[in-house]
Design a protein around this ligand. Structure first.
Ligand code: RTP
Ligand code: MG
Length: 139
């Protein structure tokens, strides 16, 4: 990864609420190219591993319950400055603090159920993309 890719998930709340299409439109409309994508569901083990960095946090159990309760869309996105530009597009973790027009402002319901994930560094974008996709699934 050289700064032009990030990893995202459309989380179970946004899938349940019927927002997959609108969110993908926001993403491609902002200039991101989808280079890998799948509709899948995380196992408990997947969620615990994916969010291992938060395992001591008080919300960890809730986060694992939430992220495993239904299907998600996982995708790798390409664009110059992908990690930072995507985090700007999704907005703050808490939708109440997210800027107008951001994906979380538009589609998230709470700080825990906040519609989308975005990698926080180039290094994590690479790790998270490889967690979900094999080389032959990335175009
Ligand atoms: P993400 O990793 O999903 O893109 O979100 P983020 O960087 O904006 O936020 P992070 O601090 O990494 O937290 C990961 C996810 O944990 C849930 N969370 N719940 N109840 C709470 O106080 C709380 N805080 C965080 C959210 O789903 C958050 O996106
Ligand atoms: Mg994070």
């Amino acid at each position: 990864m050289t700064g032009n890719r990030t990893f995202t998930m459309i989380k179970p709340d946004a899938v349940e609420n019927g927002h997959i299409g609108a969110i993908l439109e926001k993403i491609t409309g902002a200039g991101f190219n989808i280079v890998a994508m799948k509709y899948t569901q995380l196992s408990r083990r997947d969620a615990q591993e994916f969010y291992a960095i938060h395992k001591e946090r008080p919300f960890f159990g809730e986060l694992v319950e939430f992220m495993t309760r239904g299907p998600i869309v996982a995708a790798i996105l390409e664009k110059d400055n992908a990690v930072d530009d995507f985090r700007a597009l999704i907005g703050a973790t808490n939708p109440a603090e997210a800027a107008e027009g951001t994906i979380r402002k538009l589609f998230a319901t709470s700080i825990g159920e906040n519609a989308v994930h975005g990698s926080d560094s180039d290094e994590n974008a690479g790790i998270e993309g490889a967690f979900h996709f094999s080389g032959r699934e990335v175009f």
